[in-house]
Write a protein that binds this ligand. Structure first.
Ligand SMILES: C[S@@+](CC[C@H](N)C(=O)[O-])C[C@H]1O[C@@H](n2cnc3c(N)ncnc32)[C@H](O)[C@@H]1O
Length: 289
């Protein structure tokens, strides 16, 4: 199994063309943790983002409108969560044919039979992780790369694993394109093509883990790679009918490891794509027991 970080050649854009097709202009202001867009004024946000990040005002307006809905649904908990949502250009991670729907609430196709989760869901899952600056965060299921891009506005140590090789390559190539265009924050994201069930041993332990595919149990290797009091957000349940759990790892006085569980949607079912399994170099079935 190839456990190295990707070194990219000319990976084909199989599975659909990304948006936008044209090369980005250089981002005007270099990234820093002190970059803070206006959080409470749509017009001021658009003007600030256009000046500092060089982004398209149409998408910026749609992003702010979706942000207001996330606030209404209590999907963003802290000013840091709000900033991370507003800084992440979701349009850079979607397929061209979905340009008009990038900021819709629903999930969208990203090719290879998988999806980019809807913005409300990504917002709530990420807020539930309570990421602090400097946290080591592991994502299982890189997909489009949107979730890890979002995480990079909360910490500078993001690790992400994707099982579908051509998708992992396409997303790696997209991050590299964005880094070249001035989104230097994405240089803090390490990616790899592998079966995420076993975590990322060399980069462990993690403060936080987010799993973006559904499974019927908590993978023991992931729990093992979580620090004491670390948090994992993971969709757990039968195929297509998961509950999104916030799992906190606890170590008892006698050394035994237990977990606290909370359902971040208080009982609502949220369907996810399956947590699939790699056998040799082929994806075969799932990790469900
Ligand atoms: C909902 S999608 C991706 C969402 C993604 N976080 C994003 O921002 O676009 C879930 C992803 O998990 C991946 N996946 C499924 N099983 C996996 C496994 N065993 N290891 C790593 N990734 C897996 C799928 O291929 C898919 O890309």
């Amino acid at each position: 199994m190839d456990r190295r970080r990707f070194v990219l050649g000319a990976a084909a854009l199989a599975g659909g063309a990304l948006l936008p097709a044209a090369a980005l202009a250089k981002v005007p202001s270099p990234y820093g943790v002190d970059l803070l867009p206006p959080l409470d004024d749509r017009e001021a946000f658009i003007v600030w983002m256009k000046a500092n990040r060089g982004e398209d005002p149409t998408f910026l307006g749609q992003r702010f409108d979706r942000y207001l809905q996330l606030l209404e649904h209590r999907d963003l908990f802290t000013p840091a969560d709000k900033r991370a949502f507003l800084m992440t250009p979701r349009e850079e991670f979607a397929l061209k044919q979905n340009a008009a729907r990038v900021y819709d609430r629903a999930f969208l196709d990203i090719g290879y039979g998988v999806t980019i989760s809807g913005p409300n869901l990504v917002g709530r899952m990420t807020s539930s992780l309570a990421v602090k600056r400097g946290d080591r965060v592991l994502e299982i299921g890189t997909g489009s790369g949107y979730q890890s891009a979002y995480l990079s506005y909360l910490t500078d140590k993001v690790f992400s694993i994707e099982i579908i090789k051509p998708l992992a390559e396409r997303t790696r190539k997209n991050y590299d394109r964005l880094i070249d265009a001035g989104y230097t924050e994405y240089a803090t994201i390490s990616t790899r093509n592998d079966d995420g069930y076993y975590g990322w041993e060399e980069a462990a332990p993690f403060d936080k883990i987010v799993v973006t595919c559904g499974i019927d149990h908590i993978p023991p290797p992931l729990l093992k790679q979580l620090k004491p009091d670390g948090i994992m957000v993971i969709p757990v349940g039968p195929p297509g009918a998961q509950h999104v759990l916030k799992v906190t790892r606890r170590t008892q006085a006698d050394g035994t490891v237990t977990v606290d569980r909370a359902d971040i949607y208080r009982g609502s079912i949220v369907p996810f794509v399956p947590f699939t399994k790699l056998e040799g170099t082929e994806i075969k079935g799932t990790h469900d027991q």
